[in-house]
Design a binder for this molecule. Sequence first.
Ligand SMILES: [Zn+2]
Length: 222
Amino acid sequence: MSVEQSRAYWQDTYLFQTRTEVVATSAEPAGIAVREGIVHPKGGGQPDDVVTVDGSPASVSKDADGVVWLHPESGVAQEGSEVDVAIDPDVRRRHAALHSAGHLLDACVTPLGYRNVGLSHTPGQAFLLYDLDGGSLPEGEDEKAALVERVLERAREHVAAALAYSAEVDDEGVRRVSIENLQTDPCGGTHVRSTADLAGIAITRVRTKKGQLKLSYTAEHA
Ligand SMILES: [Zn+2]
């Protein structure tokens, strides 16, 4: 069964609500799929949006075909009916800022001789994990602080330059997200409009373990 659902969250990070048609229902667990997909499902290190359907809290899941399903606590509307789907704007903005800051920080860290091998953009536990790629692991608090300052100095320059985030889907269906003149990565998440939308970027912890560098970080939406 193919479900006609747009990935509206790929087009507009700031589309927080919509009135849209139920195009499919599921019984177990009880859920609906809607035509205009404004809800970001957990993936790529970014958590689910916080969602209501007709005012009722709804959990989120994604099936093997990439269709996003909503599971309202109040029960399931009929196929063909219209529902109001809304996401929490503050949570979306926070997720987009953390996620976008992750791309930006990675673009600042990689040229220093590290290769990204893991990440999370979850609030309170966001991190970037690196293998060495020509660089070295910082030893002691002074070297760690110096590395943080090198990274943040670059990041601050890029924020001041208001570099645009953009996305396009290539011929193979892979979505590639770019920061203007800086970096392109495959990504299915939500992003801010430009680096100027980012505030409070900080690296909160530096750990070195088993030959890897782990940078915990935080950021807010400006
Ligand atoms: Zn991304």
